[in-house]
Design a binder for this molecule. Sequence first.
Ligand SMILES: *[C@@H]1O[C@H](CO)[C@@H](O)[C@H](O)[C@H]1NC(C)=O
Length: 338
Amino acid sequence: MLGALYFFMIFSFTSFLQATATLQNLPILSFDEGYTQLFGDSNLMLLKDGKTVHISLDERTGAGFASQDLYLHGFFSASIKLPADYTAGVVVAFYMSNGDIFEKTHDELDFEFLGNIRGKEWRIQTNVYGNGSTGLGREERYGLWFDPSEDFHKYSILWTDDQIIFYVDNIPIREIKKTKAMGSDFPSKPMSLYATIWDGSTWATSGGRYKVNYKYAPYVAEFSDLVLHGCAVDPIEQSPGCDDSHDDLNRLSNPTALISPDQRSKMAEFRKKYMTYMYCYDHVRYPTPPPECVINPREASQFQGSDGVKFGGRHRRHGKRHHRTPAAAKGREAITTL
Ligand SMILES: *[C@@H]1O[C@H](CO)[C@@H](O)[C@H](O)[C@H]1NC(C)=O
């Protein structure tokens, strides 16, 4: 009995180490291999290395790109440097979605960076929607322990069958577990990865009080080290385009393998120090907290008076996009328009 427990502990610790090691050393695709421009014409600029992309917002347009494939689960990551100085109203989003395929039942996982007035740092927000649950925002907002416009920092999303983790510089900042209470609001269909910059003047900074000032344009967000590590899937047939070589991801669906005790205490510390808003404690929006919320008295006092925050519109998408069929189907038809 003890032997079995011991064996299990060793096993899960080993798989944790492997999982962590795997997440730190994933291949970086060139832009042309993995991504495609969504909108913004010349406001998307690919640098000479073929891997670093600048997207910018000026008075004409924002810009954005997306992964060519859709993925069912995986690890998705980018190093991002945000525009500096006065950035009120500017929104930079790094997210996953299938909203252009499943209009009424879409899934989404968001990192959103909400600009700020001069001298004040960016705020970031995470959110999740599942199966069209757009009537129930699950936003959290945070400050950061660094100025995200000064240098590149790594923002990652891990999505498995039963768990989602958001990371900043490899520190987990939010964990979402698939529970009965959450039901189908947990994302379950293949999603693409997106990065966009756009004008969120109506809501992004102090609920829309500070707007984009184009005197300071262009606002340039830099993306590099783009990682797409998952199983490319045909969104309709849901037949995987990859083989079973994603052992590391299977290992990741062992929950004990996901967050080590040390990481877990870092996450708790981050949330205590830097989280400024959490939907479970927004009594104006949710007089009765959503079913998955576990109310904690310490957190309740942390978020006292943070309710009534204004939340913004949907991500800007311009025009129809083309989906490449995933690897398995590539031999047949190269391009599918959905
Ligand atoms: C998603 O929503 C649709 C429409 O409301 C519903 O028919 C379907 O059963 C839901 N899917 C899941 C997995 O709950």
